[in-house]
Structures are given as structure tokens and as C-alpha cells.
Design a protein around this ligand. Structure first.
Ligand SMILES: [Zn+2]
Length: 254
């Protein structure tokens, strides 16, 4: 099954944004807490009820200011609070995946970074379980070489902690000079029953991601062809500057 939806409401607000997604024939929507979790649980419930009524599957993007590998312990505490606040709102929204960028390597080597982040993810998962929130913690494949989160690191994290994953195909390209080997990626993702994904065009430099841009039809078609070839069960959240427009373009190419 392929579900398509926008990242955020494009300024419409979540309620109207979800309604607009439905009108366009979309079936997913990612609530963006990009610059902070500014939503009450009551509001989350209201938004969740509308999405349920309209058959729109919700997910959440946690704030950007997160580093579970910081040398500053206070920053780790603040990062975890942002993720857990997102999870709590997510539970009230009835959202599936809580997406976040896990952190930066900084001056720490990759294996130690992995172990540091794994320890924090375990703690986050324990809190989610204790609180009874039925959401999936989904660290995202990141777009820069300085950020933790290539697909191998994240798949190892899913195996060793039981967390989920968000696969941003545009970020994978940006990390690899614009190249993506979809056969390799979908083969690696075989064990993931439902792939929560991000997609868009992307501008990059040697250091990786610069910014998301409009999604070309050829890029969409290439991804959809592989999704079909691998019979992947996938939700594709479009993160371009025109997420609704690019979702409609995607629908036409399915
Ligand atoms: Zn993304």
C-alpha cells in the first residue's frame, strides 16, 4: 500500500491542512513541531479525531533542536524532553511515527556516537512504554555527513533497540553526492513491514543537504517504480516547499 501526504499544513493550520489533504485525495499528514511543541493535548485530540474521521494517517516531526550525542548533558535532557513531548502529543493525535533527527557526531567517533544514541533511545522507549503511548520512535536518515543517521546506523538501531525508522530518500541522496541505489536501499529495508518515508527534491553540496526543493516528476516516478517493484508498504511524506502540489503530482504517477 502507498500512502501520500504533506509535511505540515503549508500555513493552513493542522485542522484545515488535514481537510485540504483529504480534498486532494491524500491519506497521510505529518504534523510539524519544527521549532517547538506548541500544541496542547486537548488540541491534539481534536486534530486526531478529524484525521481519523477523514481516514488520514498522522505522524509527527519532532523539533529540529535535538542532539542525543551532545557532550553537554543538559542538552541531552532538553533533547529528550522535546522528543517525549512530541510523543505525548503524538499519542493524543493517534499518530503512528514520531520522527526526529537523532544527533551529530561532533568530535566523537561513529561507534561511540552510536552507543550513546542507542542508550538514550532505550530510555526513550522505556518512557513511551511506561506512559502507555502507542507511538513508534522513528529516527530519520539525515542529509549531512556530520549528522548521525545513515541507513545502516539506523537499521542497526532498529534491530538492537526495537525502535522504528524514517527513511528520507532525498537525504540519502544528499549524503551521497546526489546518488541513491534504490535496489540496495529497498533490499536493506526488507525487514521493515511499513516504511515511513520522506521525499522531495534536494539541493546539496559536498557536505550534504542544503535545502529541500520541488520534486521533479522523474524523481517521483523513479521512487514509485521501486516501491512497486519491491511491493513496499510505504507512507511517503513530501517535504518540498510545495508539499500539497508535489503530493498531487505523486498521486498522478502511482
Ligand atoms: Zn525528512
Amino acid at each position: 500500500m502507498i500512502r501520500i501526504g504533506p509535511a505540515g499544513s503549508f500555513g493552513l493550520g493542522n485542522l484545515e491542512g488535514i481537510g485540504h489533504a483529504k480534498e486532494l485525495g491524500l491519506s497521510a499528514f505529518e504534523v510539524e513541531f519544527t521549532y517547538g511543541v506548541r500544541m496542547s493535548n486537548a488540541e491534539a485530540k481534536k486534530i486526531g479525531a478529524l484525521a481519523k474521521e477523514l481516514g488520514i494517517i498522522l505522524s509527527v516531526h519532532a523539533p529540529y533542536y535535538i542532539n542525543l550525542n551532545s557532550v553537554d548533558k543538559e542538552k541531552i535532557v532538553a533533547s529528550k524532553k522535546r522528543i517525549l513531548d512530541s510523543c505525548e502529543r503524538g499519542a493524543n493525535l493517534g499518530a503512528t511515527h514520531i520522527v526526529f533527527h537523532a544527533g551529530f557526531y561532533g568530535k566523537i567517533d561513529k561507534e561511540t556516537t552510536y552507543q550513546n544514541i542507542k542508550k538514550e533511545v532505550f530510555e526513550l522507549l522505556k518512557t513511551i512504554k511506561d506512559k502507555g503511548w502507542s507511538v513508534k520512535l522513528a529516527p530519520e536518515t539525515t542529509g549531512k555527513g556530520s549528522q548521525f543517521g545513515d541507513i545502516d546506523e539506523l537499521l542497526r538501531l532498529t534491530r538492537e533497540t526495537g525502535c522504528s525508522i524514517c527513511v528520507d530518500f532525498a537525504h540519502i541522496k544528499a549524503r551521497n553526492n546526489g546518488k541513491i541505489d534504490y535496489d540496495e536501499v529497498f533490499t536493506k529495508l526488507k525487514a521493515v513491514k511499513h516504511i515511513h518515508a520522506h521525499f522531495s527534491g534536494i539541493e546539496f553540496t559536498a557536505k550534504g543537504e542544503r535545502k529541500h526543493k520541488l520534486t521533479e516528476n522523474s524523481e517521483i516516478k523513479e521512487l514509485i517504480d521501486y516501491v512497486k517493484r519491491y511491493k513496499a508498504n510505504v507512507t511517503i511524506i513530501n517535504e518540498s516547499p510545495d508539499p500539497y502540489g508535489d503530493c498531487v503530482k505523486t498521486l498522478k504517477l502511482i
